[in-house]
Design a protein around this ligand. Structure first.
Ligand code: BTN
Length: 243
């Protein structure tokens, strides 16, 4: 089911409010033409000009998934969105579509989509998950202070119908979720942004260092290594790649 809202502060917030009132099935999509207070990771806001971009939240109800395994959802969502970005670019852009750990979608060194997943637990398991996705499709210029946004239009010179992109994303994510987990995880690791070579990272305390990606564990923890050897693994928000 696709639930369309003409305008709403945030599709994630709207989806969670609906979930408090009624049963929304696995695969339900809440989307809007005009998101007025889009929320991003790390307390950031998410810019999306009205009518030009995908702003959607997909309800997931993974059966019997322990909260400790929630990174699989993140991988399936990221890869599903990356699949659609590749389809929309349709070989026009030769830059690689990758996933910046943990789940930003990049084309080359620019961010084309962001993901914000919010879970509700029932005991040790995930009861439902709201996967919020913002994909820049037809926007021609970006006004916020986001460092490196890019859209499908900017890369291809072509517009794409938003509703179609929205349902394609839902379809691809749902089919990624059907994939065996070890396969999903292997694909995720192979599609990481900057998976080769040394790059700059910083911790929230401001420590900067050069490191290479060694691995991402199925829990989502990132292992980096400096030239002196591997560092203790990082959880999300414990380290950020510098652009
Ligand atoms: C990020 O990269 O910081 C995550 C951005 C997530 C934005 C999407 S747009 C639809 C959904 N509703 C929100 O308020 N946020 C997500």
């Amino acid at each position: 089911m696709m639930i369309f809202l003409e305008t709403t502060p945030s599709t994630n917030t709207a989806a969670k409010q609906l979930l408090c009132r009624e049963h929304l099935a696995h695969g339900t999509v809440v989307y809007t033409r005009c998101q007025t207070a889009g929320r991003g990771q790390r307390g950031n806001s998410w810019e999306a000009a009205p009518g030009l971009n995908v702003t959607m939240s997909l309800i997931l109800r993974p059966t019997g998934m322990p909260a400790a395994e929630q990174f699989y959802l993140s991988e399936a969502v990221a890869l599903g969105v990356a699949d659609v970005v590749e389809m929309l670019l349709d070989d026009v852009s030769h830059e690689e579509v990758t996933v910046k750990w943990p789940n930003d979608i990049y084309v080359g060194d620019r961010k084309i989509a962001g993901i914000l997943i919010e879970n509700s637990l029932s005991g040790a398991n995930i009861e439902w998950s709201v996967a919020g996705i913002g994909l820049n499709v037809n926007q021609r210029e970006f006004l916020s202070d986001a460092p490196n946004p890019v859209s499908i239009f900017q890369l291809t010179g072509r517009s794409y119908p938003i509703e179609e992109a929205t349902s394609l994303i839902a379809e691809r994510i749902l089919s990624r979720l059907e994939q065996p987990r070890d396969e999903l995880h292997a694909v995720y690791r192979s599609r990481l942004w900057r998976r080769e070579g040394y790059h700059s990272y910083a911790t929230p305390e401001g420590r900067e260092f050069e490191a290479r990606i060694v691995d991402v564990a199925p829990t989502g923890h990132l292992t980096l290594a400096t030239t002196e050897g591997p560092l203790p693994s990082f959880a999300f928000k414990e380290v950020a790649a510098l652009l």
